[in-house]
Design a protein around this ligand. Structure first.
Ligand SMILES: [Zn+2]
Length: 431
């Protein structure tokens, strides 16, 4: 009967029916083939049943006709600048309807609105250009998985890989700059900046280091299936500056405290410029280039490239932002009743008189305006109207850890100190 109908059909119909018949044959000839082979054959049969003309002959995979298993296409798509999901789907040969359905795959799928250039999407596409699944690894441990259901809608979930955090330790001596010493101790750029950030309220990393200073850093490393993935948090660190040891322990709130539970953060940064920008970071002689005096100098000079950002040393209010021929462009900040900080010789001021500023906020850029020879920041620190050495002045007491956290913190601090000392001892024995 099939034969009879077949003969009466126009040619294209005959081809389709051949394919359909072939599929049927395959279906019966494959007794223990993978499930996917059955599924694919069945779907084509269904199309054939509905109306054979709807089958686009070119889209029928050759493998299917010749009896081999259909292969879904796996695509890795790198997100380009200005891309969105619709554009990526279009480039991958997927219809706008599929973009729409994927975008409706539940709350988690909203992550796809935040794809960034460089992100990678893994697409599984069947031979009919239908998306089967999408995977979007949006962090080193988390992947959004969007999967097609029976009813052609999509569902989403997040798969998370277990991360194993291991402790590592390093230490070093400062012989030139902290930057060089940090690199020599195998700290990353990021970790070096973090250490400087932790101790930046107590230690002037730009000008206040001395040969013989040393540091000890304990940090987490993240592993997945035994493979190193990334550095985690610094959990404890110590810096010995001019023979004085500063110790910082990280607590669960992400902040660092002294072993006694005082915050490492203070009302003032010891130096209002990032130490990396300071060109004369480890020079023994720091004579003022114009006055040639060191003792009578009422502030600290940080020689840095023109344009280097200068930060407010503490929260406060701008009481002066002006220009004159001696000080050049300058900014004065009042901090509470007692303290005033002064910043001179800017190329550019970025704050106005009367403005409130936050600690670390950029207030201007290093320059050589006024009576100076080269670009530098001249920084003064006044307590009750009296000039003090910004590098040695006692800074207001730090906020202690909250009372209800004290017991837990004390336990953590004791463990960290013990680990730190054990590591130091091991290193000493190795040398
Ligand atoms: Zn000066």
């Amino acid at each position: 009967m099939i034969k009879k109908t077949f003969k009466n059909m126009p040619k294209p119909h005959r081809w389709v029916m051949s394919a359909v018949a072939g599929c049927m044959l395959i279906l019966f000839l494959l007794p223990s083939e993978p499930v996917s082979a059955y599924k694919n054959s069945a779907s084509i049969l269904e199309v054939g049943k509905r109306y054979a003309l709807e089958v686009n002959f070119n889209n029928l995979p050759v493998e299917n006709i010749s009896g081999l298993e259909e292969i879904n296409e796996a695509k890795s798509v790198v997100v380009k600048k200005g891309d969105n999901l619709a554009m990526i789907f279009k480039r991958s040969g997927l219809s706008p309807q599929q973009t729409y359905r994927v975008s409706k795959a539940g709350k988690l799928a909203k992550k796809l609105l935040k794809i960034m250039p460089g992100d990678v999407l893994e697409l599984q596409i069947d031979p009919q250009s239908q998306l089967i699944s999408l995977q979007y690894p949006f962090s080193s441990t988390d992947t959004l998985v969007v999967t097609k259901s029976e009813d052609n809608t999509f569902t989403s979930k997040i798969e998370t890989i277990e991360v194993d955090a291991r402790l590592n330790y390093t230490q070093g001596d400062v012989t030139s700059s902290f930057w060089n010493a940090g690199l020599k101790a195998n700290l990353t750029d990021n970790q070096i900046m973090q250490v400087a950030g932790i101790f930046g309220w107590d230690i002037d990393f730009a000008l206040g280091l001395r040969a013989g200073d040393s540091f000890y850093v304990m940090f987490e490393e993240h592993y997945i299936n035994g493979e190193f993935i990334e550095n985690g948090d610094i959990v404890a660190a110590q810096f010995v500056n001019h023979g004085e040891a500063f110790t910082a322990i990280r607590y669960d709130d992400g902040n660092f405290y002294t072993p006694e539970g005082n915050s490492m953060r203070k009302s003032f940064l010891r130096a209002p410029v990032n130490f990396r920008y300071i060109s004369s970071s480890f020079k023994k002689n720091r004579i003022h280039p114009v006055t040639k005096r060191l003792k009578a100098h009422r502030g600290v000079d940080y020689a840095a490239d023109r344009g280097t950002p200068v930060m407010a040393a503490g929260d406060g209010k701008v009481i002066k932002a002006a220009y004159d021929k001696y000080n050049g462009h300058h900014v004065f900040i009042q901090h509470g009743e007692k303290y005033v900080t002064k910043y001179l010789h800017f190329t550019k001021r970025t704050v106005k008189r009367g403005q409130t500023v936050k600690q670390g906020q950029v207030i201007g850029t290093v320059g050589s305006s006024g009576r100076v020879t080269g670009p530098h920041l001249h920084y003064e620190f006044l307590v009750n109207g009296v000039h003090r050495n910004p590098r040695t002045v006692n800074l207001p007491k730090a906020e202690p850890i909250a009372n209800k956290e004290k017991v837990k913190f004390t336990d953590i601090a004791a463990i960290r100190l013990q680990q730190l000392n054990n590591n130091k001892r091991v290193m000493l024995a190795m040398n």
